[in-house]
Design a protein around this ligand. Structure first.
Ligand code: AMP
Ligand code: MG
Length: 408
């Protein structure tokens, strides 16, 4: 079977999910808990921001533009939460603090630092232009504006915006259910002693569960399954009735005990099998009943890369997101040579550092086999090497994709 190019597989998954998209139901959460959730309704502003003309600085509110040397009699005060109530007589001004309402009829606020107080009067040390230091009513958000649209992955800046608008509870999509299963007779649970060198600790399930915590999903831990077709089918069948997505690791290659494809095929359908990527050629995408199935290869680094390339964006889409962010990529210079044969895209692991001139240097993290988990931990970025790219000498320009977690 021909290998599908990475972008083609991404588009294929996107098209399947887009055709059969079920938007998760709506629930409300307190605004501070809305970051990282998907907005379920357009958000309209019921307020002007600022709500009135507001002083941007501490100083004196004057009726209009005024010249250096002019004198104004202080007739009252306007503080945040305590506006000036009276009328300002001819030649009068109002002491005003940052955040206070500018009294009606005032044309500007002169900065305190640009004045001198003499008894009950204030003398300008500089000219003050019309409109100085006033934040105008509605200049940031006008009543009725749609500030955020349905499907937005909410950020902490959106919490600031929504709370500013007085919104205490935010409608978001409910979390989707994602089940995680590891397969392999050799697997052993971390935290318990292994009995022989033929056993290994199950890292994939824990890695997957940790990575899923950054998404609005409820994780269902299915534990480990032995390499046994009947057993795996039973577990998958039960899961498919319970959750929106099943992710498995292992058992998708062509070995004698790789049963995952057979199991999914018997329970549903397989839409895709092999992708032109390194690490991680086998990548199964299918469905059982209404449940999507993603089968990652067992090699830990392959599964790690596969999650970034083929799972993150579809999971966000299934969570209701309409604009899924692109990975951040930019150019860097290779510190050492890289080995690569043309034919498959390669996501090698590297350490990138910014140089004094602002450019980035990329140092590959040693050998790149798909069992080298320490290398991924040491790395802070992928080297994104195109399908047709071959060996690259030191000094070559390469595309890098930082690990978000590795940067503040
Ligand atoms: P498989 O895809 O099942 O052929 O497994 C490929 C390699 O990944 C083998 O060396 C497995 O022992 C290893 N492997 C499979 N599942 C896991 C897992 N859950 N955690 C760590 N390594 C695994
Ligand atoms: Mg296996």
């Amino acid at each position: 079977m021909a290998l599908t190019p990475v972008a083609e597989l991404q588009a294929l998954i996107d098209a399947h999910i887009g055709r059969r998209k079920r938007v998760p139901p709506v629930e409300t959460v307190p605004v501070a808990e809305a970051a990282g959730r998907v907005l379920a309704e357009d958000m309209m502003s019921a307020l002007n921001i600022p709500s009135a003309d507001i002083a941007a600085m501490d100083g004196y509110a004057l009726p209009a533009a005024a010249a250096a040397g002019s004198r104004w009699r202080i007739v009252g005060e306007s503080a945040a939460g305590h506006p000036f109530a009276g009328a300002i007589p001819e030649g009068g001004c109002v002491r005003i603090m940052t955040g206070a309402v500018v009294p009606p009829g005032c044309g500007g606020v002169v900065l305190q630092e640009n004045t001198r107080v003499e008894g009950e009067e204030v003398v300008l040390l500089q000219d003050m232009a019309e409109g100085s230091n006033i934040r105008r009513c509605g200049e940031e958000v006008a009543v009725g504006a749609t500030v955020l649209s349905v499907g937005r992955i909410l950020r902490t800046a959106d919490v600031m915006l929504l709370a500013t608008l007085g919104i205490g509870e935010v409608p978001v999509h409910a979390k989707i259910k994602v089940a995680v299963l590891s397969t392999g007779d050799e697997l052993h649970e971390p935290g318990t002693p292994v009995e022989g060198v033929d056993q290994i600790y199950d890292s994939n399930r824990h890695t997957l569960m940790a990575r899923l915590r950054t998404l609005p999903v409820e994780v269902v831990d299915l534990g480990q399954a032995a390499d046994d077709l009947e057993g795996v089918m039973h577990t998958l069948d039960e899961a498919a009735r319970m959750v929106d997505v099943v992710i498995t690791s292992g058992g998708v290659s062509v070995g004698d005990y790789d049963y995952m494809r057979e199991a999914v095929l018997r329970l549903g359908a397989i839409h895709h099998y092999k992708v032109a990527v390194k690490p991680g050629k086998p990548f199964v995408f299918g469905q059982m009943l209404q449940t999507w199935y993603f089968g990652l290869p067992g090699n830990p680094v392959s599964g790690f890369v596969g999650f970034d390339l083929f799972l993150k964006a579809p999971l966000w889409a299934l969570c209701g997101a309409t604009e899924v962010p692109q990975p951040l990529r930019f150019q860097a210079t290779l510190a050492t040579a890289v080995k690569k044969s043309p034919g498959r895209m390669d996501f090698q692991r590297a350490l990138i550092t910014q140089q004094d001139d602002g450019s980035w240097l990329a140092e590959p993290c040693g050998l790149q086999d798909s069992h080298r988990v320490w290398g991924v931990s040491r790395a802070n970025a992928y080297l994104v090497l195109g399908e047709d790219c071959g060996d690259l000498p030191a000094g070559s320009a390469v595309t890098v994709q930082p690990f978000g977690e590795a940067f503040l």
